[in-house]
Design a protein around this ligand. Structure first.
Ligand code: MIC
Ligand code: SF4
Length: 642
């Protein structure tokens, strides 16, 4: 009899092209679908072009425009036009600016149970809400998958998140994932898949599940997944695609590497306090704190049911005039539904500002709060400065909590909120917005790719020299995010397709002297603490440092996607063998590493200031080491003439 498997193992087994399903060892997965978004997609497409492959080799590749939609100059629209033409040429579906946020749109229109999806955005696991194995990755890894190559990753451990009971009162799906983050922290999911099961699962609709899998990214998890069941069937049929449903669940006797139990009945409204998504506090403890801005939207909480719940609450009321309320629907389908059901009026009449269906304030593209402003945002990240206001205090909350804060002008104890609105449901038939996607022609070879002046040619990096030497140009602490390394916001993100230009902004929010220093030194090393590179999938946080001459990143531990991005661009990721060495190594120290001696899995000796020695472990596979030696992955897959 075949061995009982959990759902993650089942999908992996069906897509396994190399390796064994032994946690921590490298596996290769066949990828069915890819998604890219404009902020990472221009680079991914440039890399795909460099491979010289005539057409994408996936079942489906979708290119979304949802991040850089502010268009304060030619850069954003030029990038959009490049993405539209390249999608037509190479066989991708194109989703124009304003259609919606990639994850919300993918869930509504394309995600399918049992399929593998990789996306150049860390919140790709949103599609785990319908039982897809959906993983965030760097743009180059996605470009490779578009070229039909397997996605390489360490086989994850599978954590069973057993849900019992059901949500009551004002508690919502957002509070479930906030609770889990409080329990496990922002590095608690590294190397793991969160697989949800148990009797509580059936009580959660797909949009609620998607909120949970979306923010599983904040745990550092490889992905999060729900079974595909009656709720999934209902959702897919309401989305007009009942044929995409297949029932999927773990085998009854399946085993898991770890287990966490959550009693949904015990969940209460929570917030992640500034500036980390795992700093959990109950809303009742914030009672009385004035709120300057409430914002509802982002790929975590911009579904129709989220906004319907908000509208029900705001119906016939006026928000506090001292609080700004921003609402960004996740897709035009959501917006059309709200209009059709008469739910836009209560939002407008209450004083809300309706924004474009896009990422917007989540990534500091408009909607910044006042100085030191306290915000109640339904988003998934509250890293310092991400809102565009450096000293803002962002609390991550559910839509109901954000709406209450807007009405009251402050956080209040949920015990005073009265009876919660009836749980919002999707109507039987949602209007289709399929005609808004641009489907590619059968043969795109004649399509002309249009590039604006902001799109810089790809740099060709040199291979790894026999010896690396230089100074520790920057020493940073724990939980350094990709927002610290490569800041976001409208002005900097407009440079995503121009590496020389965007490199000027590396680490500027942490140390404005960094770029000048590394230039003067002709390159160097970064020393970091735990969970270095957590957060986004942006490969610019590896690519731009590489452009500036970062040779190795030496840390206590690394976030999964960032580690892969470092390898992809030829930067050595080294883990300090003894965490005490972190204390003794100072910024400015001179390091020397004989790279010719590096072997997969063997310790690496680092000579410090010409005499002392420090050891680093390296968990590189033979293939990863080869990639770094070649000067990065692109050098190994480039078409001969590009
Ligand atoms: C984010 O939420 O930080 C982003 C912007 O969506 C990123 C991708 C990017 O940097 O473009 C992510 O989460 O991967
Ligand atoms: Fe967009 Fe924010 Fe989601 Fe990132 S987290 S994809 S910026 S909505």
């Amino acid at each position: 009899m075949a061995k009982a498997r959990n759902l993650t193992q089942k999908i992996i087994a069906q897509h396994l092209v190399s390796g064994k399903m032994v946690p921590g060892t490298e596996i290769g997965l066949k990828i069915d679908q890819t998604l890219t978004q404009d902020a990472t997609g221009t680079m991914a497409c440039l890399q795909f072009e460099a491979m010289g492959i005539p057409r994408v080799r996936t079942e489906l590749s979708v290119s979304y425009v949802d991040h850089n939609t502010l268009q304060t100059g030619f850069r954003n629209p030029d990038d959009h036009r490049y993405l539209r033409t390249i999608a037509a040429k190479y066989g991708m579906v194109f989703s124009p600016a304003g259609t919606g946020i990639c994850h919300q749109l993918h869930l509504e229109n394309f995600a399918r149970p049992g399929k593998t999806l990789i996306g150049s955005d860390s919140h790709t696991p949103t599609a785990g809400g319908v039982g897809a194995l959906a993983i965030g990755a760097g743009g180059l890894s996605v470009a490779l998958a578009m070229a039909g190559m397997p996605y390489m990753l360490p086989m994850p451990k599978v954590v069973r998140v057993l849900l019992t009971g059901k949500l009551t009162g004002w508690a919502s799906a957002k509070d479930v994932i906030l609770h889990l983050l409080g329990l496990l922290t922002v590095k608690g999911g590294v190397g793991k898949v969160m697989e949800f099961s148990g009797p509580g699962v059936a009580t959660l609709s797909v949009p609620e599940r998607a909120t949970i899998t979306n923010m599983g990214a904040e745990l550092g998890a490889t992905t999060s997944i729900f079974p595909s069941d009656a709720q999934t069937k209902k959702f897919l049929s309401r989305m007009g695609r009942p044929e995409d449903f297949v029932a999927l669940a773990a085998d009854l006797k399946a085993s898991y590497d770890e287990e966490v139990v959550i009693d949904l009945c015990a969940i209460e409204p929570l917030a992640a306090a500034p500036h980390m998504p795992d700093r959990m506090v109950p809303i009742r403890d914030l009672d009385g704190m004035a709120v300057d801005q409430a914002a509802i939207g982002s790929c975590t909480n911009s579904s129709y049911t989220d906004l319907k719940a908000t509208a029900q609450l705001l119906q016939g009321r006026r928000i506090n005039p001292a609080t700004d309320l921003l609402i960004a629907p996740g897709s035009k389908q959501v917006l059309k539904l709200l209009t059709k059901e008469g739910l836009l009026d209560p939002l407008l009449d209450a004083g809300a500002r309706i924004l474009e269906c896009a990422c917007g304030p989540c990534i500091g593209i408009g909607g910044s709060p006042v100085s030191k402003g306290v915000c109640a945002r339904t988003f998934n990240r509250n890293f310092e400065g991400r809102s565009g206001t450096q000293d803002a205090q962002v609390y991550l909350v559910s839509p109901l909590t954000a709406a209450q804060a807007a009405l009251n002008g402050k956080f209040t104890d949920p015990a005073t909120w009265g009876t919660p609105p009836v749980k919002a449901e999707l109507p039987k038939k949602a209007p289709s917005i399929r005609q808004l996607f641009v489907f590619p022609p059968e043969n795109g070879s004649e399509v002309e790719v249009l590039r604006g002046p902001n799109i810089a040619a790809l740099e060709r990096f040199a291979g790894l020299p026999e010896k690396l030497s230089g100074r520790i140009v920057l020493k940073v602490g724990d939980n350094i995010t990709t927002d610290h390394i490569m800041p976001a916001g409208a002005a900097i993100m407009a440079l995503r397709s121009n590496i020389p230009a965007i490199s000027e902004h590396v680490f500027t929010k942490v140390d404005p002297e960094f770029v000048g220093r590394i230039r003067a030194e002709g390159g160097g090393f970064i020393l970091g603490g735990e969970n270095y590179g957590q957060g986004s999938s942006r490969e610019h946080a590896a690519l731009a440092p590489r452009h500036l001459g970062v040779k190795a990143v030496i840390v206590k531990s690394l976030a999964r996607i960032h580690r892969a991005n470092l390898v992809n661009f030829g930067i050595l990721p080294l883990i300090l063998a003894s965490k005490d060495d972190y204390e003794t190594l100072a910024q400015g120290a001179t390091l020397e590493i004989i790279t010719g001696d590096i072997r997969p899995g063997r310790p690496v000796d680092i000579l410090v200031d010409g005499s002392a020695r420090v050891q680093a472990t390296n968990d590189l596979t033979a293939q990863e080491l080869e990639i770094i030696q070649s000067g990065g992955l692109l050098n190994t897959v480039r078409a001969p003439k590009s």
